[in-house]
Design a protein around this ligand. Structure first.
Ligand code: ADP
Length: 485
């Protein structure tokens, strides 16, 4: 097999608890749908709270040996995980497309991004450096080392089934923690396949455990109330994030939260139009808009507005919509019917308030869950689409006159994850970037995600950072020793 094409294996559909793949004791299963057809692909074991605690037992049994594994050895295992995923890039991409619906090109990109966390954290695992200083009084030394925080519960969403898992697993393992992964009910197969790949690449039994449940509330609550669990890392909606923060509070568990976004995409009059369109296509259409970093609101300065809208309509209108696994598809399926209903509701609301549909604007009938690339111009203030994550291929466009107005509009949201700024004047763009209340800004670029950069939000978009050295420290506790010598 050539690079990226290594032969597949039978995809596990049970729970990975310690050494073994086990079915749920109740025999319950969760059906997994193919969003491109509406058909059932297969089913996975549906665990209860007791099985969640069994996963904690397995993570606890493996904890001390993994924490004591020399950093170089941990790094070697992580690097083997990177290669093992990339050897199966094509196979994993097809699996992601099947259960998530995204276009194969998007899925291939996701696998590369997902695997990269293992390579990055292989390099970080041997650089968990402490600090040594003299206390201000001169009486003693202050010695600080970073220890693994302990067992981590990782809860991930369906939009990036591989990358959201590896973005948490890789730093946790680099830090010396053992984990329990609970993927989204919609897309567990990718996580299960990745777990098998990690085991084959040398991750010891119990270091990574994977459970699935149709009832995440009670199962995750039981795990978070087990005193052995010391970390929660969650990616998902702000609504569920709030619930989990309350749960984590009971046992004072460290929580890293990647929550919803509502990214503004600002285009100034002096922007290079072609570059802005290129960036808009990535920021809006990567993953068919199903990303928390997706451009949700386009604020376009009046002088460039008509040309920007015309060009965006042309480019988005040329995209081929279809099943993710068709090689020619550029815009895949949405995850489910509810997602289509939400997009329809947001578009209808915007239109009822005076917005103009320039492209698309209606779901595609059929068994799969398809919504076409759509452009809605002149969206009026107060439209729900400006305050709610669309999570679909709809570009909502609002004109503005001056930069202060654009900043005020960009900041008029409870969210603060990503933002995009296009201007030919770098000084102006950087000044603007500093004024936008968010964790990440892409300047003259349509993509922020990078394993080497701190990903995360401010305001109600979350707490903590993933990726980079920051992401590693989230899985460590600083241990301070005062020593006189
Ligand atoms: P989305 O809107 O993207 O589906 P959710 O926040 O609903 O995002 O889901 C993200 C993840 O959170 C999924 O793995 C889901 O199973 C899980 N989840 C949902 N509700 C709860 C809960 N009450 N406790 C723990 N996990 C939950």
């Amino acid at each position: 097999a050539s690079e990226g094409q290594k032969a597949s294996f039978a995809i596990p559909t049970d729970l990975l608890i310690g050494e073994n793949w086990v079915g749920a004791s109740s025999g319950a299963r969760i059906d997994i749908l193919n969003p491109s057809t509406g058909e059932t692909l297969t089913s996975v074991a549906d665990c209860d709270a007791a099985e969640g605690i069994a996963a904690v037992d397995a993570a606890a049994a493996a904890a001390s040996a993994w924490a004591a594994t020399p950093p170089r050895r941990r790094a070697e295992v992580l690097l083997a995980c990177y290669h093992a995923m990339m050897e199966r890039q094509e196979w994993l991409a097809r699996l992601i497309s099947l259960e998530n619906g995204k276009a194969l090109g998007d899925a291939r990109g996701e696998v590369a991004y997902a695997a990269e966390f293992f390579r990055w954290y292989a390099e970080e695992a041997v650089r968990i450096n402490g600090e040594l200083s003299l206390s201000p009084s001169g009486a003693n030394r202050i010695l600080v080392s970073y220890q693994p925080i302990g067992i981590a519960l990782l809860i991930t969403p369906w939009n990036f089934p591989a990358a959201m898992a590896t973005r948490k697993i890789a730093p946790a393992l680099a830090a010396g923690c053992t984990v329990i992964l609970k993927p989204a009910e919609e897309t567990p197969l990718t996580a299960l396949a990745v777990a098998q790949i990690l085991r084959d690449a040398g991750v010891p039994a119990g270091v990574v455990n994977v459970i699935n449940t149709s009832d995440p509330g009670p199962v995750c609550s039981a795990i978070l109330h087990d005193p052995r669990v010391r970390k929660l890392s969650f990616t998902g909606s702000t609504e569920v994030g709030r619930i989990l923060l309350r749960e984590a509070a009971d046992s004072v568990i460290s929580a890293s939260m990647e929550l919803g976004g509502n990214a503004p995409f600002l285009v100034l009059d002096d922007a290079d139009l072609d570059e802005a369109i290129e960036g808009a296509m990535v920021a809006k259409m990567r993953n068919a808009g199903e990303a928390c970093t997706a451009a949700n609101r386009f604020y376009v300065q009046r002088g460039i507005q008509d040309r920007f809208v015309a060009k965006l309509v042309e480019r988005m209108g040329a995209m081929k919509v279809g099943p993710g696994i068709d090689a020619t598809t550029q815009c895949g399926a949405m995850i489910n019917r509810a997602s289509i209903d939400k997009i329809e509701r947001l578009v209808a609301d915007a239109v009822s308030r005076g917005a103009e549909v320039r492209l698309g604007g209606a779901a595609i009938a059929g068994d799969g869950f398809f919504y076409p690339p759509s452009v809605i111009a002149n969206v009026q203030p107060g439209s729900e689409i400006l305050s709610t994550e669309v999570f679909g291929p709809v570009a909502a466009i609002v004109p503005f006159d001056d930069v202060d107005e654009a900043v005020a509009l960009a900041n008029a949201t409870e969210y603060g994850l990503a933002a995009y700024v296009y201007s030919g004047d770098l000084k102006k763009a950087l000044q603007l970037a500093e004024r936008i209340e968010c964790g990440m800004v892409a300047v003259n670029r349509g993509l922020v995600s990078d394993a080497a950069a701190p990903f995360g939000g401010v305001k109600q978009s979350g707490l903590g950072r993933e990726g980079s050295h920051h992401g590693l420290i989230e899985y460590c506790e600083a241990k301070y020793i005062a020593v006189s010598w």
